[in-house]
Design a protein around this ligand. Structure first.
Ligand code: DAK
Length: 258
């Protein structure tokens, strides 16, 4: 891979987007690599949590690559968008839990890829924004949809219409990020959270992720019925037997299903 680094340790994958000269902007090659590596990760039983981050201390991802997009025809833009939607949906729906460790600018497609992850942890120098309308386009990697779902329509519209980037503490205040930490502590914090998640039932976490994602757009009655069905599935697992038996025997559970 030319633009990504993958390191796996203790069931946690750290996936680093690395195009430092362009502040880790997403070009077609990077999106293709992301798509491939996420497909590989999804098949791996030894990876329970994926941490997505950007190379360096300045940027997480400064957006889609403007130098590549500037001469796009409509057909090329469509192809680019279709290609990009795949890794975004993989991050959102893959069985592994995904954490964005946002280490700097998360603008445009950068803010959007962080929102495709399950959880966002930001360093104190992080900046979030959707500057697309200033370029004559709209957010196209799910930004108009995911931002409104995370922070509400009013704040999403303000960010998108003004193109203003917000600081990490403001992103925390409005619910865009789960946690803000000093930059030097970012990866340790993300890894500690990932380790805690990996120590729980990974199959159960994958089912819980599907229940939350799928239920979000359903009416509450059908959503709770879907949850009941998925709950039933978790009751057929070894982890359920082991988890509950371990509790009753007052010992630590050894949860292995995935
Ligand atoms: N693309 C390409 N190069 C970029 C870039 C980007 N998004 N962001 C930064 N760079 C490059 C700069 O051009 C510069 O390159 P050199 O001049 O050194 O060759 C280098 O990275 C360093 O950037 P700066 O010199 O600008 O650094 P500063 O510290 O002064 O400013 C900044 C940092 C992050 C504030 C600034 O670079 C900036 O405003 N960057 C652009 C941010 C932005 O507008 N991002 C949104 C991009 S639009 C689609 C779906 C979605 C999208 C597109 C299509 N379809 C469905 C088809 C998504 C669109 C976007 O994300």
């Amino acid at each position: 891979m030319n633009n990504l680094r993958l390191e796996v340790e203790n069931e946690i994958a750290v996936l680093t987007i690395s195009r430092p000269k362009a502040l880790n902007a997403l070009n077609s090659e990077t999106l293709n690599e992301l798509n491939e590596v996420l497909s590989d990760i999804e098949k791996r039983d030894d990876i329970k949590v994926v941490i997505l981050t950007g190379d360096g201390e300045k940027a997480f991802v400064a957006g889609a690559d403007i130098a590549e997009m500037v001469n796009f025809t409509a057909a090329e833009a469509r192809a680019f968008g279709m290609r990009a939607s795949e890794p975004f949906f993989k991050l959102m729906n893959m069985r592994q839990v995904t954490i964005a460790a946002v280490n700097g600018f998360a603008l445009g497609g950068g803010c959007e890829i962080s929102m495709a992850c399950d959880i966002r942890i930001a360093s104190d120098n992080a900046r979030f924004g959707q500057p697309e309308t200033g370029l004559g386009i709209i957010p196209g990697f799910g930004g108009t949809q995911r931002l409104a779902r995370l922070v509400g329509m009013g704040r999403a519209k303000e960010m998108i219409f003004t193109c203003d980037a917000i600081k990490a503490d403001e992103a925390y205040r409005i619910g865009l990020v789960n946690k803000v930490v000093p930059q030097a502590e970012l990866m340790d914090t993300a890894k500690a959270m990932a380790a805690k998640i990996a120590s729980k039932g990974s199959y159960a976490n994958a089912i819980a992720k599907a229940a939350i994602n799928n239920g979000y757009d359903m009416d509450i009655k059908n959503a709770v019925e879907m949850e009941a069905n998925l709950f039933g599935i978790t009751c057929s697992t070894n982890d359920k037997k082991e988890g509950m038996t371990a509790f009753l025997e007052k010992r630590a559970a050894d949860l292995t299903d995935f």
